[in-house]
Ligand binder design. Sequence first.
Ligand code: PMP
Length: 404
Amino acid sequence: KWHSVPLAPPDSIFKLTAAYKDDPFPQKINLGVGAYRDDDNKPWVLPVVKKATERLLTDPELDHEYLPITGLPSFTSAAARLILGPDSPAIKRGHVTSVQTISGTGANHLGGLFLSRFYKWSNEKKIYLSDPTWVNHFAIFRNVGIEPLTYPYYDPKTIGLAFDLFLETLSNLPERSVIVLHACAHNPTGVDPTREQWAQIAELFLKKGHYAFFDCAYQGFASGDLDNDAWAVREFVKKEVPLLVCQSFAKNAGLYGERIGALHVVAPTDEAAARVKSQLSVLSRSEISNPPAHGARLVSLILNDAELFADWKRDISTMANRIIDMRKELYRLLTDELKTPGNWDHIVNQIGMFSFTGITPEQSQALTEKAHIYLTQNGRISMAGLNSHNIRYFAESLDKAVRG
Ligand code: PMP
């Protein structure tokens, strides 16, 4: 049976985690994981999530009815204000359509599906992704009949942004191209444009009529400040660049498994927004009927209650600051103590959960084989996998791998 089904390769991150789990070496480190870990390398349930769960469970009115097709309204409206700003004129004018999705992945999927059906494509359906990007982007867009292509983004020489080449490529694309942008904390590089660069990118989008497909999986996680991390999206909305935003609460609320996210489409008029919503509703209905309730209720409580919102901001700072501290400590160990050859400024300049170390695939392999440190071949490390107990071992192992 099923003779014609080819065997698919296992997911590379999944494979890495399995190899890490099987390794009996006591000082082993997993730097592949894309989830926050506390200083004891444990998953962290945010205290605000515990508090909100308590409130939910003691609510005598709580039932398990279906949510509306487009999601819990108190969640989607607050989620839109969170990313677009509490005083967003686009929201006030009714130009924003928001639909609850199966976390950020579901938002990317629904956004892609919607564009595939309804975007006025100038030629074939093509979407432009940063090189590199979150690998799942490729499969998500292929699944909805859109061909994924890449634009230059990361410069291995500077371990930073290839800004000129990036802009030049975007300006040479056909008008009205659809381009995916990471709103903050670019995955996998940790390299984000500066505010000045974002403003220039927005101008180019306007000039060319490009469509901005924002993927926002790390709001608050990048800098510790929710508004700061939403700056690029808000700048594009202010300049009236046509766009949508995929939003995830997996990382910033530690709700990975609850699959809670939203898709926000900013339309030119309230009437267009209503039409967009009607079609998103039809698409969502055929795929999931109704979105899951638990995560939506938790995030709705957190976003709509002043006390819980303040607690959440504190928890976000706890996570972001621990990661920033790990960056500083790794930088200090490599430069001041070990005098590791090369420039390591990028470790402190990069943003968010991941860091592109700039090491070669061979050095990365040596780290795994000789030091039991698990990371993807491209040299990306999850800063969340580092903590006060293992950072010295990691720095010393990296130093050895670089010296060869
Ligand atoms: N986009 C990017 C860039 C990501 O890094 C991730 C998480 N790895 C996601 C989207 C989606 O994650 P989730 O579906 O868990 O919200």
